[in-house]
Design a protein around this ligand. Structure first.
Ligand code: ARG
Length: 458
């Protein structure tokens, strides 16, 4: 069934029908399509373009279609080109002539622009909700691990001691920025394209302010050609989703490293890991690996839509139908990844003793040993050299700085006294880092409190 048979003298080639149709994927819009049509019909009746009675019949008809789809009584099938055709045909079947008036002053171009925008708008909020849940788990872990020491790395080499709270706090900031990106997108996209018609508006006296407000938009869009051909918000959303995946992927990479036999910093819960079909000893971090892997497909969706849009002259062109499948897939992928990742984090256990031991054996307190000398009057460059000699001595003996005898310290520099042990204890090293944003427990607690407030307000 088609909406446009009139000027054609031949049946469409069957392959063309299949190639052209979008109902297999745009049926996801059934709710948005009904909602948009109800707003349009309400406005048409208010503006006197159709009668009150016709408006009522249309709205009741649309609501009954929605009910029947949701109860499974009405199945969306691919006899129709797209969800818009399906809805209109069903409406006409149910209410007769009044149904034929619904499309007055409307084109599928502004209809699909509206449906896509309504769908995306809901999903922007849904992803934001998922991120908020993830942030709650991260904050819980931060609170419980203000004094769980671990090495901080640069170049994947142990650098200086930090805490689990501090390390997780870095991801808290990333996901917080991701949320604010989503909110920005929402603000920019929340204008209603309905009423743009095919591209040049319409000759009917539509009340676009009314439809915009019925659909909870801030207002109508201001250029009808842009309204039907704008997919910037899809690109921005896919870009934000790509950034979320980039963050999740980096975090996954760390989980995989921490979970490796060599590190053993964490133990993943059995419910969130998988085994090998041949190697009985294996417990693999598949969730983290899949999240890392799926990042590629979300980036792919972004590249795809950017490329699709780059050569499209104004206004609507059918290329734009390609915005849907990849966007749907990216949204579902990201929501799934956030939720799985949250479960994995929520159940993992830190091997605290091993993490602290790792700080010592990686000389993460070497900078603090140099600072100790500086406090006793040794110029920093000289102190750096002296600590270099200490490190060399320890590597040779296979010990940590903490394990050297005072006698050995003094052999390298007479400035060392018994207080060196306290000065380079991992605890002291972390506690002394008290600038805002550092891992020292006092400032860490301040940041945690700030972030707790943030989660309670935004
Ligand atoms: N299925 C189309 C899409 O997704 C709907 C708009 C069709 N408009 C048209 N002029 N062919 O973009």
């Amino acid at each position: 069934m088609k909406l446009w048979g009139g000027r054609f003298t031949k049946e469409t080639n069957e392959l063309v029908n299949n190639f052209n149709a979008s109902i297999s994927f745009d049926q996801k819009f059934y709710k948005q399509d009904v909602r948009g049509s109800i707003a349009h019909a309400t406005m048409l009746a208010k503006a006197g373009i159709i009668s009150e009675e016709e408006g009522k019949q249309i709205i009741d008809g649309l609501n009954s279609i929605l009910e029947d789809i949701e109860s499974g009584k009405l199945v969306i099938n691919d006899e129709y080109e797209d969800i818009h055709t399906f809805m209109e045909a069903n409406l006409i079947e149910r209410i007769g002539d009044a149904g034929k008036k619904l499309h007055t002053g409307r084109s599928r171009n502004d209809q699909v622009a509206l449906d896509m925008r309504l769908y995306t708008r809901d999903e922007v909020l849904a992803v934001d909700d998922e991120l908020k849940e993830l942030l709650r788990v991260i904050l819980r872990i931060m609170k419980e691990n203000v004094d769980t020491f671990m090495p901080g790395f640069t170049h994947l080499q142990k650098a200086q001691p930090v805490t689990v709270a501090h390390h997780f706090g870095a991801y808290f900031e990333m996901f917080k920025r991701d949320r604010s990106r989503l909110i920005d997108i929402y603000e920019r996209m929340n204008y209603c394209p309905l009423g743009a018609g095919a591209l040049a508006g319409t000759t009917y006296p539509l009340d676009r302010e009314l439809t915009a407000s019925l659909l909870d938009f801030y207002g109508p869009t201001l250029n009808s050609m842009d309204s039907v051909s704008d997919r910037d918000y899809v690109i921005e959303f896919l870009s934000a989703l790509s950034t979320i995946m980039m963050h999740l992927s980096r975090f996954s990479e760390e989980i995989i490293i921490w979970n490796s036999n060599e590190y053993k910093f964490i133990e993943l819960d059995d419910a969130f890991s998988t085994g090998s079909s041949i190697m009985p000893q294996k417990k693999n971090p598949d969730i983290a690996e899949l999240v890392r892997g799926k990042t590629g497909r979300v980036y792919g969706a972004l590249m795809s839509i950017l490329t699709t849009m780059k050569g499209i002259p104004l206004a609507y062109n059918k290329d734009m139908q390609e915005d849907k499948e990849l966007t749907f897939d990216a949204i579902d992928t990201v929501k799934g990844c956030i939720s799985l990742f949250k479960g994995m984090l929520d159940t993992l256990v830190f091997n605290k003793a091993r993490m602290e031991e790792s700080c010592k054996h990686g000389f993460t307190n070497a900078t603090d040993a140099a600072d100790y000398l500086v406090k006793k009057g040794v110029p920093f460059r000289e102190a750096h050299g002296i600590v270099g000699q200490l490190v060399l001595f320890c590597i040779d003996k296979g010990i940590a700085l903490d394990d050297m005898s005072l006698e050995d310290y003094k052999k390298i520099s007479p400035v060392f006294e018994n207080d060196i042990y306290d000065a380079i204890s991992i605890k002291t090293c972390v506690n002394k880092r008290l600038t805002l944003g550092a891992p020292g427990p006092d400032v860490m607690k301040q940041v945690i409190e700030f972030n707790e407030n943030y989660l309670n307000t935004i």
